[in-house]
Design a binder for this molecule. Structure first.
Ligand code: PFF
Length: 449
């Protein structure tokens, strides 16, 4: 050890970096796709409840563990362990999170590669390179490998530069632009024919579907994926926050930003689906199911942009560039997990650790690209629907049952003297101890039964 650790230089830097990790393909690709395939507004409702009632408390647990430990996930968890068994358990949970982050990055990079290729298409069209424009949006092994490689290279490049110059600087510049573009597109889409039907599907829940086991488990996975939980990421980001900062509000701000952007993305994509359908693009099969599955966003959005005529090319370019960037601020957080572990636990030089981790993850991506039909879904479900909620639940168990209550309270109080009078102080410690683990376990049991 003894390696000097970086840290966020300002509060805004943390909010943007953590929100940068949280906001990504999960919000703009995952959430609308899940909403569309899981009963629209019913899914939105369950998602919102789970995000605030389970994901936010678990998010706070991870941030507190990190800030207390001031180290990578495994070391932080081990700092609060008092005997050998607890230390082993801490290793399992911390390392499990790191593996989970690596698995997620291996398929995330492929989808981010699609975003990049869709950003090149309008550019190629503007330059009248029609062959290229066609090639970049056609599913193919070579295209997938190429764009995944470029995306992984960018991720490695930023992470090798460290926290402040890398993660913080980029998140700060690019997040606000994404929000402005999203809101402008929503305003535009609501003026089109078919949008009101989409708004209805998005906002009027069918309450009979709310306890559907598939819907519940998908919403749980989506909520944890969106806040980057169970992956060691938020433990590490927590470890880079100064002790003088008020974690309770910071965590709440990041959650609200994340959930709002997912909600906004749904407000764009779901009405855009119906607009595209009204324009003759095939979105739904005869039985009402989606034709495009995980390709939904890549069918609906290009159709929308095409309707804008020449402006559409510029908007398409801007949108997919910003999406690629949103993906990048998430992917860098995933790579930071394994890297900080290798640097702090095994004294590996940061650059070397980044390149080695990046290459290992890329090799998994190659395996997925070569067997995309099967492996993509398999790894995505394994890591996001099972891995993330289970590891996040174990972090709650750690905070509730292993960490000393007085220490937990002391850490919450750092940077927030008034917290003792707040609802958070009164409720959160026992809520994390009892309600979170039981509720997460209950969703799993319900889905198995
Ligand atoms: N939260 C990111 C998104 O919604 O796109 C995905 C993600 C980032 C998952 C970091 C896991 C992670 F560790």
């Amino acid at each position: 050890m003894g390696v000097s650790r970086g840290g966020f230089s300002s509060r805004m830097g943390f909010i943007l970096a953590a929100a940068g990790s949280a906001v990504g393909l999960g919000n703009i690709w995952g959430f609308p796709t899940q909403t569309a395939s899981n009963g629209g507004a019913a899914f939105v409702l369950v998602y919102l409840v789970l995000a605030f009632c389970l994901a936010y408390p678990a998010f706070m647990a991870e941030l507190l563990i990190g800030r207390y430990g001031q180290a990578n996930a495994v070391t932080s968890l081990q700092k609060m362990s008092r005997n050998l068994w607890q230390k082993r358990f801490a290793f399992l949970v911390g390392f499990g999170g790191i593996v989970c982050a690596a698995l997620i990055l291996s398929f995330y990079g492929i989808i981010a590669g699609w975003m990049m290729s869709y950003a090149i298409e309008p550019l190629a069209k503007m330059l009248s390179l029609d062959g290229l424009a066609q090639w970049v949006v056609t599913q193919g092994t070579l295209r997938n490998l190429l764009f995944t490689a470029v995306f992984m290279f960018l991720t490695i490049f930023i992470i090798s530069r460290g926290v402040e110059q890398g993660i913080e600087k980029w998140s700060k510049r690019l997040m606000p632009m994404l929000i402005v573009l999203l809101v402008s597109l929503i305003v535009y889409v609501t003026t089109l024919e078919g949008a009101d039907q989409g708004l209805k599907a998005y906002l009027q829940p069918d309450f009979s579907r709310v306890f559907d086991a598939d819907l519940l488990i998908s919403a749980l996975g989506q909520a944890f994926f969106s806040l980057s939980l169970g992956t060691s990421v938020m433990i590490i980001y927590g470890s880079y926050i100064a002790k003088k900062e008020n974690l309770v509000t910071l965590g709440a701000q990041v959650t609200v930003i994340d959930v709002s952007i997912a909600f906004l993305a749904g407000l764009l994509i779901i009405p855009a689906m119906y607009v595209a359908q009204a324009q003759g693009v095939a979105i739904f099969a005869e039985d009402g199911s989606l034709i495009s599955g995980s390709g939904l966003v890549f069918t609906v959005l290009p159709a929308l942009f095409q309707g804008m005529e020449s402006v559409g090319l510029v908007v398409a370019f801007a949108f997919f560039v910003l999406m690629s960037i949103a993906a990048l601020t998430s992917s860098i957080s995933m790579l930071e997990g394994p890297v900080s572990y290798a640097v702090e636990r095994h004294n590996v030089e940061r650059k070397k650790a980044t390149i080695a981790a990046g290459i290992i993850i890329f090799i998994i991506s190659v395996a997925i690209v070569l067997n995309i039909e099967f492996l993509l879904d398999f790894i995505a479900i394994l890591a996001t629907q099972y891995g993330q909620p289970i590891i996040a639940m174990l972090c709650c168990v750690f905070v509730g049952w292993i960490w000393h209550r007085s220490e937990v309270l002391k850490e919450i109080q750092q940077g927030n003297d008034a917290v003792e009078h707040s609802l958070f102080w009164k409720i959160w410690p026992w809520y994390t101890k009892f309600v979170c683990p039981v509720a997460i376990a209950a969703v799993f049991i319900h889905s198995i039964l």
